[in-house]
Ligand binder design. Structure first.
Ligand SMILES: [Fe+2]
Length: 390
């Protein structure tokens, strides 16, 4: 048996929620609430999504279905433990029994936390780790409005522990929503910067899932196709916000990357980005966008064949590079994509102070995403990567 066959026969599980993809599916929110026999909905969202009009669109659909609801919009980027617990209070007080989330990763991750904390009567931080959720939460109906986080697909729930200043990962099938209504039209209100940052987050999901120690032939399919789609459509989506074909393809890329990383997990980029988000509340997509090229440079030799596949999916002619040029070409191509999307190159551009780096490296070292990174990394290795990205 050759190595390839052996790895394909290793036990791997693949989970995904029901999802409906297409223009206008946001209007199905009310119908799905009826399907789940909702008595009262907790509608989790944030002020930006409200301003963009998507919360209102979901409210219309719920009104049409004659389902009462209460809006909870106290969610910030890198959603905090106390925001989740505030949501639990509202959920209980209003006697809700179904949760609808509309927005990017923050409202969706907050909604996941509210669901499991309510059903288990436990604090959200007590679910940290893999399969630590005893009882399922109420039905979750998710409507993503960014093309990147894929929190509507994944079995990850990332919440900031505001006392320890770290992001904890709750990994459980019980945080996968019951249905995701993926409407590419909702991404049209994202500005240039958010389109770029969320798109680079999706690229990071796909690359990290593809080189992950827990990848499988099934996750590989989705990861590589996500990378191809992002190469073709990210810059059009950034430069032409109303280009529906670009928006649709980026939403598809986010979905594919989500299916890949939810099942193959992530790597050192996310470990380092979680640390930056937890300690300093820095924006997730932008952190990933800056770190990705540096981590590829660090990891490359530990998974060279896999990274050559990534390079090919990014459109590089790897034949002509054979003999050692692949790594530099791949790093350059990721760097060019980030640059062309308008994301600044350095962590210092995000107001990071150099003296924070040792603490950041410690926290990243303890992040569960590091377990599937293709190269074993020490605290010093991670510190070196932060330094190079600084
Ligand atoms: Fe991410």
């Amino acid at each position: 048996m050759n190595a390839d066959t052996a790895s394909q026969l290793e036990m791997r599980k693949f989970v995904a929620p029901e999802f409906v993809f297409g223009a206008g599916v946001i209007e199905l929110a009310g119908q799905y609430a009826i399907n789940y026999n909702a008595r009262k909905i907790l509608l989790v969202t944030d002020p930006g999504v409200k301003r963009a009009g998507w919360t209102g669109a979901v409210e219309q659909s719920l009104k049409k279905a004659d389902i009462p609801y209460v809006v909870f919009d106290c969610v910030t980027p890198n959603p905090k433990d106390y925001e989740v617990m505030e949501g639990v209070q509202v959920y209980r007080k209003e006697q809700c029994d179904v949760i609808v989330a509309v927005g990017g990763g923050s409202p969706m991750d907050c909604a996941k936390g509210i669901g499991i904390s309510s059903s288990n009567a436990m604090h959200v931080l007590s679910f940290e780790g893999v399969d630590q959720v005893p009882v399922p939460g109420p039905p979750l109906i998710f409507i993503p409005t960014t093309a990147g986080t894929a929190a509507d697909i994944s079995q990850f729930d990332i919440i900031t522990d505001t006392v320890r200043k770290v992001k904890i990962a709750i990994v459980s099938k019980l945080v996968i929503p019951d249905v995701s209504l993926i409407d590419p039209c909702t991404t049209i209100t994202m500005d240039r910067h958010m389109t770029a940052a969320t798109g680079m987050d999706a690229l990071t999901h796909a690359v990290e899932a593809y080189v992950s120690n827990a990848s499988s032939p099934v996750t590989d399919l989705f990861a590589l196709d996500a990378i191809r789609l992002i190469r073709k459509h990210l810059l059009d989506a950034v430069e032409q916000p109303t280009n529906m074909s670009a928006r649709e393809n980026m939403m598809l890329a986010s979905l594919f990357a989500g299916l890949a990383f939810s099942n193959a997990s992530l790597g050192m980029v996310h470990a380092m980005a979680h640390s930056l988000g937890g300690l300093l509340d820095l924006p997730h997509g932008e952190c990933n966008a800056i770190l990705l090229e540096h981590v590829v440079d660090f990891n490359f030799n530990a998974a060279a064949e896999r990274y050559v596949d990534v390079a090919r999916a990014l459109g590089l002619n790897t034949e002509s590079l054979a003999g050692g040029g692949e790594k530099d070409a791949l790093v350059q191509s990721i760097s060019d994509l980030r640059e062309n999307a308008g994301i600044r190159p350095r962590l210092r551009d995000l107001n990071l102070q150099r003296e924070d780096i040792p603490a950041l490296a410690e926290n990243a070292f303890n992040d569960p995403c590091l377990a599937t990174n293709p190269r074993v990394a020490s605290v010093e290795d991670i510190q070196g990567c932060y330094e190079r990205a600084y």
